[in-house]
Design a protein. Structure first.
Length: 443
């Protein structure tokens, strides 16, 4: 018996056969959809997730072969079985060419039906497993799962990961929101010799400042109201592995002081305790804010910044690595095609061109969300009409009014002279040039 109730669509214009097949499949614990025509079957295919199609060939108006060809084009991973009361060698060959896996002549036994269905569904599972293993495109030739790209900026990131993955040097990952900073952190951990240890990801911005110390370092019983037992923090949980501190700029100053000591001495103290605990972990931090500006504003410790940036990795925004967009699109089409549609969607060159021209303020996260949406909403190859409106009708107007530098300079000098009411001496002082140079530039 299958562990999950797979959805099976039966298509046959003979009501008696349709009901017999449905009854037997339900006995095998499958969920059954029934259609008495190809037209009805198409509606079901579009509105439901179907794991197996079983169809008759001889049907009025549109026959089963046309349905097979349609399903093979739009749902290539969905297995198809054919049942027919008119078996022939030529007919069997035509059925197989149209995409069916198996050909059953009526009448067939209950056991024959069961074996054919199980064989078809098992074949589908093998196909899906193979696709999932290949879900990261090989075009980028990268070695880190989940990371996709071929641009120079991307290769630079991979080179740094290669250098730091086998040591415990502290790493700071910078970049805009949605650029994939956590993916970089995971690549550092899981590709190195400490990968057997835990990878603990903590979003500092999601923890209230008054709870940050207790969450990171743990606490002892009675340390504060509600501390009814001793509890370990994220530092202890990451022992032997990597602690990823995302949005490190959101850490409070009190926590920053304890973080500095943890990095310097490799030891921590739980809230409410004086006992020092040694920790052997690698710290990888990430931020989407300018920590140097935070230091100027007295919101971040300068000495902690130095400790965090033993190695710094800057993840550039997607608009600065547009050659990676086709690879990322391919990755997400594979991912969501398998998850939602049981097929590998294609995208037209025109639609891909629009995606490559867009400036992506939300970076890779925004691109993934859009691909996820279009895979869900489209029924065939993805074209311009399937893209969101704000992408489809976006026009990149060429910049106009560009002039030579000398002409622009002359216009600015005239503005300064207008401000000084024609006083060339004052104008020269403002421009920090002498009067002769001023005259030359006006000529």
């Amino acid at each position: 018996m299958p562990l999950n109730k797979e959805n099976i669509l039966i298509v046959d214009d003979d009501i008696k056969i349709l009901e017999l097949l449905a009854r037997r499949l339900k006995e095998f614990d499958y969920h059954v959809f029934k259609a008495i025509s190809v037209k009805e079957a198409l509606y079901i295919l579009k509105d439901s997730v179907i794991d197996l199609l079983i169809t008759d060939i001889q049907m009025p108006e549109v026959d089963g072969l046309q349905l097979l060809k349609y399903a093979n084009e739009h749902y290539p991973l969905m297995p198809k079985l054919v049942v027919t009361g008119y078996p022939s060698v030529d007919g069997a060959l035509e059925v197989i060419k149209s995409g069916a896996m198996d050909y059953m002549a009526k009448p067939f036994t209950k056991e024959e039906l069961k074996q054919s269905v199980e064989k078809a569904l098992y074949s589908k599972e093998k196909q899906l497993l193979s696709i999932k293993k290949q879900s990261a495109p090989n075009l980028s030739n990268n070695r880190f799962e989940g990371m996709v790209g071929s641009s120079d900026a991307f290769q630079k990131i991979l080179n740094i990961i290669d250098r730091v993955r086998d040591n415990r040097a502290t790493v700071l990952i910078t970049g805009e929101s949605g650029t994939g900073k956590e993916l970089v952190a995971r690549a550092i951990h899981y590709s190195g010799k400490f990968s057997k240890g835990p990878f603990i990801a903590v979003n500092c911005g999601a923890i209230p400042e008054n709870l940050q110390e207790a969450e990171l370092f743990g606490y002892v019983k009675g340390a504060f109201t509600g501390a009814n037992e001793n509890r370990s923090g994220f530092f202890q949980a990451a022992e032997g592995g990597t602690l990823f501190l995302d949005e490190i700029g959101a850490a409070g100053l009190t926590v920053q002081t304890k973080l500095l000591r943890a990095l310097q001495e490799k030891e921590i103290t739980r809230v409410g305790s004086r006992k020092l605990e040694k920790v052997e972990i690698r710290i990888v931090a990430a931020t989407n804010v300018n920590l140097l500006e935070e230091i100027k504003n007295k919101n971040f410790r300068e000495d902690l910044h130095y400790r965090l940036t033993v190695v710094e990795i800057n993840v550039p925004p997607l608009r600065d690595r547009k050659s990676d967009i086709p690879l990322l699109v391919d990755k997400f089409l594979r991912k969501y095609g398998v998850e939602y549609k049981d097929r590998l969607p294609r995208i037209s060159p025109e639609a891909l061109g629009i995606l490559e021209r867009y400036h992506w303020p939300g970076n890779i996260r925004e691109l993934e969300n859009i691909i996820q949406r279009v895979v869900i909403m489209s029924d065939g190859p993805i074209g311009i009409e399937d893209l969101p409106e704000f992408l489809k009708y976006r026009i990149d107007f060429p910049q106009k009014g560009l002039v030579p530098l000398r002409k622009m300079e002359k216009e600015y000098i005239k503005k300064v002279l207008l401000h000084t009411k024609g006083n060339k001496t004052k104008a020269a002082e403002i421009l920090q040039i002498d009067r002769k140079t001023l005259r030359d530039k006006l000529d």
